[in-house]
Design a protein around this ligand. Sequence first.
Ligand code: FAQ
Length: 329
Amino acid sequence: MYTQALNTSDTDDRNIEDAARAGQFQARVDADERIEPNDWMPAAYRKTLTRQISQHAHSEIVGMLPEGNWITRAPTLRRKAALLAKVQDECGHGLYLYAAAETLGTSREELVDLMLAGKAKYSSIFNYPTLTWADIGAIGWLVDGAAIMNQIPLCRCSYGPYARAMIRVCKEESFHQRQGFEIMLTLSRGSEEQKAMAQSALDRWWWPVLMMFGPPDKASQHSDTSTKWKIKRFSNDELRQKFVDATVSQAQFLGLTIPDPGMKQDEAGHWVYSAIDWNEFNQVLAGNGPCNRDRLAARRKAHDEGAWVREAAQTFAEKRKQRLAAQAA
Ligand code: FAQ
């Protein structure tokens, strides 16, 4: 044993050690233990989590834009207050998520810079326009509904800071979903014109919402490793199906028609939907969706206009540090 140790190179030693640690790590994941920031983790686990959590954070931040567009035009004071609170919640979700990503070793500044440079993804759904007030109802009902379906399992994700952030996020998303459904209910029980507006919003958001769950399982490049590491508990297609099954009866209750005339229930009770246009999804991911350029331009403008706040906060922090050091001396 001793001789064997002397005969191995430093690299061999590191490889043996890493393989042992990877085995212990996987055993902890398999036992449903939480991985915490200071624990050893494979570099690829750190990388894929940073990727997913930062994309999620960017989605929350860019996701404020389509709804923010309607804050000044909300039809009543009550609607305006609820929308304002919802958009502020989304900003808060972005901040928790950036903080969770930072525990993996990449700063929020670096992550934001990547997004502003167009090098990081955010959810495809936020590249679609909000043309009428009914779109605010459809976003709450469908987009938040899809987000909850995806995020509830993330509350049990193997990485502690992400899982804990998701618990509060899901509670708030649940309120968001209800306010959206209530907007749709009011419109669908209103005048013919209002009902038509609700139907048009459902028609425009349905397919992009199904795309939110990501590519079909056979094309999902990260699913296998993320499932092995219990970052993902369900596949993209499984969550998409759960969402469709839950949403059909809600649409029926609203008296609205899902824009998929071929849809029917199978023997197990699942709603079988028609083929999704993955070409559209890929185009949106490539930056060619209806609003990709506007969204990035809006975020860059907000970032530039917020520079003085960041500078003031940094100057204040430095002055405070100096004052505390002087007091301690
Ligand atoms: N849009 O191998 P997979 C919200 C990318 S929050 C853009 O299947 P994975 C709240 C994917 O990143 C909505 N890109 O990837 C709200 C990867 O690219 P990469 C956001 C997408 O990670 C509501 C590539 O395709 N939620 O809505 C999309 O295993 C209302 C291959 O895909 C989350 O981020 C897409 N739809 O599964 C705010 C939840 N789908 O990184 C405002 C957390 C896939 O190799 C208003 N994320 N891609 O360059 C996840 O659960 C997962 O990351 C998935 C994708 C399921 C999104």
